[in-house]
Each structure stands twice: as structure tokens, then as C-alpha cells.
Write a protein that binds this ligand. Structure first.
Ligand SMILES: [Zn+2]
Ligand SMILES: [Zn+2]
Length: 246
């Protein structure tokens, strides 16, 4: 009955969505899934995509045979072993994520985590524990939920992999990374901002960090560094979306 009174509409364009989804067919087709692109073997940046949308490469990635790295990864800028995103941060993905994060549309979480599972770039058999990128407690009170925790908990529930929502904490507030236009300043902004609560928690674990958007990777890199310092065997990063780095 509620469905008749308040029909579900596509979260992006407002038309009729595909049954069981929050989004319509047309909008789903507009999503640029990164599995279709050639990406850096370490940080996952899609080669050519952000430089020129017109000349974007549609090569099937052949990472195993051809482990190619972007300029940043060749310089060894990241501590995580591998970062992957499911889709480019634009169009319907950007709109849905924005509504989920800032407009309290928690019901979109299911659709977004389903998309992450459907296009999962990692083999879950090799992952010991999922860890969301934490929010500072003050931010959490303001926003009421951590979007990364909601996604991580959903993925854990549907894949059977463990999730640790409290093990990694953010110990001080930082400026929103989006307000900082320089990568060195972004790194400085988050330096030392994360801690593991108990130094034994992640000993010997293969951790998969979960976040919503990867831009320069400074935040996930700082989390990975913290986890590796506390004895994690490896730290990888999965984000829903990939934004243009600065
Ligand atoms: Zn739509
Ligand atoms: Zn790279």
C-alpha cells in the first residue's frame, strides 16, 4: 500500500526504477564502471579517463600480465598494496552518494553496496577483515552515521567477510579534504589522524579498507599506513567511486 502512495522513484532522475533497484535503466547505463577501463596496477587510477573523456581507453585491463603503474605509484607514494574503485564519481553515482551522505537517504546504502558487491574488484577469500575509514566522533554526532561503516557492514553481511567497525579510529578532526586543493597539504591534513584502538586487533590480517570516494588517496593512504604500522599483513582499499585527483 505504501508503495502505491509513495512509489519508489529513480534516485538520480526521478523516473521509474528497475524493480528492486533505486535507479532506472537509463541512469544505470550512464555509470562508468571501472572494470571496463585500463587502470594503474597499484592505485587504480583509470589511465586517460580524467585527462580527456573523449579519448578514454576502453581496453580490458590485463594487470596480471602487464602490471603498469601511474607516475605517482612509480614514485612509491602509497602504502596500500592496491586500491580499486567500482565506478567513476560522476552522474548517477555522484548524485546517489551525495543523497546518501548529506541528505540522510540511508535507504540508498543498500543499492550502493549492492553495486560494490556486483562489481567487486577484490577476491573476498583473500580478505580477513573489512575496515571502514572512520569519522571523527564530532562529525559522527553531526551526521549521525558514517557512510563508510554503513557500506562496509552491508558488504560484510552479503559476502560473509568479517567487519571491524571500531578498531580503527579517527583521533582528531581534520579539514574536509575536498576543501584542500593541494595534495601535499591533503596528506599533511590527515597525518597522524588515525589510530588503532588495540594494537593486537589487526596483527597479521589482510585488511580491506572501505570508503565512499577516492580522490588523491591521502585519507585511505594514512589509514593503510596506520594499519600496517600496527602489524597488519596487507592493506588494500575499496571505494565506491573514483574522483579526479588534484
Ligand atoms: Zn534514472
Ligand atoms: Zn597509481
Amino acid at each position: 500500500m505504501l508503495e502505491l502512495l509513495f512509489p519508489n522513484l529513480c534516485a538520480s532522475c526521478g523516473s521509474k526504477p528497475v524493480a528492486g533497484k533505486e535507479i532506472c535503466n537509463k541512469c544505470e547505463e550512464e555509470i562508468d564502471f571501472l572494470e571496463e577501463f585500463s587502470v594503474c596496477a597499484q592505485c587504480g587510477v583509470p589511465f586517460g579517463y580524467f585527462d580527456s573523456r573523449a579519448s578514454q581507453s576502453m581496453d580490458i585491463p590485463q594487470e596480471a600480465e602487464n602490471p603498469h603503474l601511474c607516475a605517482k605509484c612509480l614514485k612509491g607514494r602509497y602504502s596500500f598494496n592496491r586500491a580499486r574503485s567500482v565506478a567513476v564519481y560522476r552522474g548517477p553515482i555522484r548524485e546517489m552518494l551525495h543523497a546518501f551522505k548529506y541528505e540522510g537517504k540511508l535507504k540508498l546504502a543498500r543499492s550502493l553496496s549492492d553495486t560494490m558487491i556486483e562489481h567487486m574488484p577484490f577476491n573476498m577469500e583473500n580478505v580477513d577483515v573489512l575496515v571502514p575509514v572512520p569519522l571523527y566522533i564530532g562529525k559522527l554526532r553531526q551526521r549521525e552515521y558514517n557512510q563508510s561503516s554503513v557500506l562496509a557492514a552491508d558488504i560484510a553481511r552479503h559476502t560473509g567477510v568479517c567487519v571491524n567497525l571500531m578498531g580503527l579510529v579517527k583521533v582528531r578532526d581534520t579539514l574536509p579534504q575536498i576543501e584542500i586543493r593541494d595534495e601535499a597539504a591533503r596528506r599533511k591534513n590527515v597525518r597522524g589522524a588515525f589510530q588503532v584502538r588495540d594494537k593486537n586487533t589487526f596483527q597479521g590480517c589482510s585488511v580491506l579498507l572501505i570508503d565512499d570516494v577516492f580522490t588523491t588517496g591521502s585519507t585511505s593512504n594514512e589509514c593503510a599506513k596506520t594499519l600496517l604500522k600496527s602489524g597488519a599483513l596487507s592493506a588494500e582499499v575499496l571505494t565506491l567511486a573514483r574522483a579526479r585527483g588534484i
